[in-house]
Design a protein around this ligand. Structure first.
Ligand code: FES
Length: 165
């Protein structure tokens, strides 16, 4: 079912609306709760569509343009569907010098993604390059969803993928 043709179903209904209301009690303004509200959307849907941005804006009394500006600023928010395992490889200069480009190539080959940012046909993987993951002494670091893996080399990639549930 295409996300673009299916009617939009609101995220913040029922228990999730209650959860948002609870979150709002912990912030001084509705605007201040924007980041957790966006996480809630991504947790529920896997990504944040334009319709979801509009819904968040309505919930928090913001403009859709403001919400979109925040979503597009932070790379951890997905603006399109991604694979079950979202693989981020640091390719900033120190890691690049240590061979990060070869690690990227290995992930693209072994996941079947073929291209950066393109989800594999089985829906399991999306591979992207990211800026410094803050583990420069452990090149190449890779983040898979919320998990960090350090000292990744191309030969370790098949074993890493085999270990993903
Ligand atoms: S440059 Fe890769 S983790 Fe810092």
């Amino acid at each position: 079912m295409s996300a673009h043709t299916a009617p939009y179903e609101p995220v913040f209904v029922g228990a999730r609306k209650q959860e948002l209301d609870d979150v709002l009690t912990r912030y001084p303004t509705k605007m201040a709760a924007l980041l957790p509200a966006l996480w809630m959307v991504q947790d529920a849907r896997g990504w944040i569509s334009e319709e979801a941005m509009t819904e968040v804006a309505a919930q928090l009394d913001l403009t859709a343009a403001y919400v979109k500006g925040v979503v597009t600023f932070y790379t951890m928010y997905h603006q399109h569907p991604v694979g079950k395992h979202f693989i981020q490889v640091c390719t900033t200069s120190p890691c690049l010098c240590a061979g990060a480009d070869k690690v990227v190539d290995a992930f693209l080959e072994h996941t079947g993604c073929k291209e950066l940012g393109v989800t594999s046909a089985d829906g399991k993987y999306t591979v992207i390059e990211v800026e410094c993951l803050g583990a420069c002494g452990f090149a190449t670091p890779v983040q898979v969803n919320l998990d960090y893996i350090e000292n990744v080399t191309p030969d370790k990639v098949p074993q890493i993928l085999a270990g993903l549930k």
